[in-house]
Design a protein around this ligand. Structure first.
Ligand SMILES: [Zn+2]
Length: 178
């Protein structure tokens, strides 16, 4: 681990065992650098009876299709972040329907909170980190290979995308509702 400097007093941090874990601590003032996964809000949006996916422009999984997602910011709730990310990444105004899932993994530095939602306005257009936006009918989602040389985060995100979009892969739902 690279040595950091204390955000409180500027001294060089050292590794210490605190609460049965190795953590960086300042020997001068005692400040402990707690490390936590950053929360990411994800919107699994139904628009015109289809699923909205964006083609990711940046890592992890650049080039893959995924629901709009982004970091929750201080000053907003998770649901507000989901709504904001939808607006920024695909141009749609949405209403949240229900929590889809919460995803985390020990070796990944983010955690994802995904909501199912539907559009109530706006105009479908790719923005921000998205290079493209697409609408996919139930049972017609793009096949995406497991990232062969991917990082832990790549592989984990690939699994999260499969899980949150699972209801849209089931042909029987399409038949049942048509
Ligand atoms: Zn210090």
């Amino acid at each position: 681990m690279t040595a950091h400097h204390c955000s409180q007093c500027g001294s060089r941090m050292v590794l210490a065992t605190i609460g049965e874990r190795q953590r960086e601590q300042c020997p001068a003032c005692g400040f402990i650098a707690w490390r936590n996964p950053a929360p990411v809000a994800m919107a699994v949006i139904e628009h015109e009876r289809k699923l909205v996916l964006i083609r990711r422009g940046e890592t992890p999984l650049a080039g893959y299709w995924a629901p709009p997602a982004g970091y929750v910011e201080t000053g907003e709730s998770v649901p507000a972040a989901v709504i904001r990310e939808a607006r920024e990444e695909c141009g749609l105004d949405i209403v949240l329907d229900e929590l889809s899932g919460v995803y985390s993994q020990a070796d990944v530095e983010v955690l994802i909170i995904a909501y199912r939602a539907h559009s109530i306005g706006g105009q479908l257009i790719a923005g921000d980190d998205a290079s493209e936006v697409g609408l996919f009918a139930c049972g017609q989602l793009p096949a995406q290979p497991v990232p062969a040389d991917g990082t832990a985060t790549d592989c984990w995100l690939h699994e999260v995308i499969l899980d949150v979009t699972a209801p849209w892969r089931r042909i029987d739902i399409l038949r049942a509702t048509n």
